[in-house]
Design a protein around this ligand. Sequence first.
Ligand code: NAD
Length: 245
Amino acid sequence: MANRFDLSGRRVLITGAGRGLGSAFVAGALAAGAEVAALDIDAAALAALKQRLPAVHTAVVDVSDRHAFLAAAAAFGRLDCVINNAMLIRYDVIEAVDDAIIDRMLAIGIKGSIWGAQALLAQRDAHRPAAILNLASPTGERGFAGTAVYSAVKAAIGSLTRTLAAELGPRGIRVNALAPASIPTPGATAITPREEYERRSVRFPLRRIGHEDDATSAALFLLSDAASFISGEILHVDGGFSASA
Ligand SMILES: NC(=O)c1ccc[n+]([C@@H]2O[C@H](COP(=O)([O-])OP(=O)(O)OC[C@H]3O[C@@H](n4cnc5c(N)ncnc54)[C@H](O)[C@@H]3O)[C@@H](O)[C@H]2O)c1
């Protein structure tokens, strides 16, 4: 049996790819044989990524900007997979939430994921299987004090994932989401220090924090033919946290 996890010949666009989980997805997809386009709003992060992984195509794009997103996807060419990973991780107590925070987080999380789906539709070859992977979170599924906007966006991404799985499945497009937890990326540790993640991890069934590789292997699985009958799923990469909380 052929290696169904192989991504040779697949063309994958990944947003928020300059650092954290996004850059790990880029490295993993390249290692699995894919051609990869990395989009990020942070030009310096993309330049560092390109230096580390010269095979990657990069484009400085704010994912909330539909025109810029679709233009970058068109410049890359045919697409088989999109990972809608970009997000601004920020937590505010409810009194501190204002219009600007809501507008920005909805624009990155919701608009960005919808523009990602549109980019795939515009650039795919209808004769080839295709896949979209969104980034949800356990915060979108239960109550975590002080995270209202972030959690609402992540809950909406869960809904978007199921809706698009229903809508696009007949066209041969699978749509799934990852729900990671406690992976100390730059964005996550800007809010919660790594030591705090380590401290909390004793309550996780697997008794450790997550690593970027944990999310990457799950992401590559969901993009690959090994997951060819899986759509509309939210795969938790959280050390058993959601199952036990
Ligand atoms: N780290 C975790 O434990 C965890 C848990 C649950 C969900 N997630 C989700 O995983 C994804 C990646 O998170 P991370 O931890 O790697 O975060 P991160 O902050 O380290 O990386 C996010 C990347 O997105 C980019 N970005 C932000 N706004 C953008 C925009 N408008 N356009 C383009 N790029 C933009 C940033 O520049 C950055 O490179 C996010 O969707 C996050 O919500 C992470």
